[in-house]
Design a protein. Structure first.
Length: 94
């Protein structure tokens, strides 16, 4: 059962969250980032230091699972929920 806590991102039982890949409980979503490629030997190991050769854009995606969540009224609903929320016990699988 969904714990009645003030940390809910949105109320998944009254509002319809149509956006994809966003946790209905914690609000975790993909964030932008970069992969930084470097070459050269570090100063720590006797070189002149590493240098950046390229920066490639990427996304860090949350580990979301579409699970059946038990609702407070006894029913079930399929929601995108992050694994972090499942492990923390914020939801109960139906």
């Amino acid at each position: 059962m969904l714990s009645e806590a003030p940390h809910l991102y949105c109320d998944p039982f009254t509002t319809r969250n149509t956006m994809a890949r966003i946790c209905a409980i914690t609000g975790r979503r993909p964030v932008k980032g970069r992969i930084i490629n470097r070459k050269g030997q570090s100063k720590k190991s006797g070189g002149i230091g590493t240098h950046t050769t390229s920066k490639t854009r990427r996304k860090f995606r949350p580990n979301l699972q579409k699970i059946r969540v038990r609702m407070p009224n006894g029913g079930t609903k399929r929601l995108w929920v992050s694994v972090k929320a499942i492990k923390a016990g914020l939801v109960t699988k139906a």
